[in-house]
Design a protein around this ligand. Structure first.
Ligand SMILES: [Zn+2]
Ligand SMILES: [Zn+2]
Length: 152
């Protein structure tokens, strides 16, 4: 009776109450920087490269909010940036996805429980996607709680 197969569900999130509390590069380094707060929450810190500039980008951890802070670089709207882990320099570009809106490359952050968050690397394009990949009973709990808190 119990199905053990993994199920994958993509959720459309429009609420502003969801904030990412844990995000990792593919090597498991935390991208959360508690010393920088945006909207009262610890920001997601990544290294960015755009043309020949390099700097830091602090991403707004609140899903659907884009009060990002650039440090050391100023990228005009429409620039496609590259993101790297500040710890190990691994590229955060998702090689398997492109933005559904503008066809630019996407970044991927790993969340706990094998979930991921993806976003467009073109500045000014707001396209983001949250993918919850998890087992059956956790999905059930997700819907019962009607909160994503435990996944993020
Ligand atoms: Zn890393
Ligand atoms: Zn886009």
């Amino acid at each position: 009776m119990s199905k053990k197969e993994k199920i994958q569900v993509e959720l459309e999130i429009s609420t502003k109450s969801v904030n990412v509390q844990h995000a990792f590069c593919q090597n498991g380094h935390s991208l959360i920087d508690p010393s920088v707060k945006i909207n009262g929450f610890a920001a997601i810190k990544v290294k960015i490269r755009a043309k020949n500039q390099e700097g830091l980008l602090f991403l707004d951890p609140v899903y659907g909010s884009y009060n990002n802070i650039e440090k050391g670089v100023t990228t005009p709207k429409g620039t496609i940036v590259e993101m790297f882990c500040p710890e190990c320099d691994v590229s955060l570009t998702d090689e398997h996805e492109v933005c559904q809106v503008c066809s630019s490359p996407m970044f991927v952050f790993h969340l706990p429980k094998e979930s991921i968050i993806e976003g467009c690397l073109k500045k000014g394009c707001m396209f983001h996607k949250l993918k919850i990949v998890d087992g059956e009973h956790q999905m059930k709990r997700l819907f019962e709680d009607s909160t994503l808190e435990s996944f993020l």
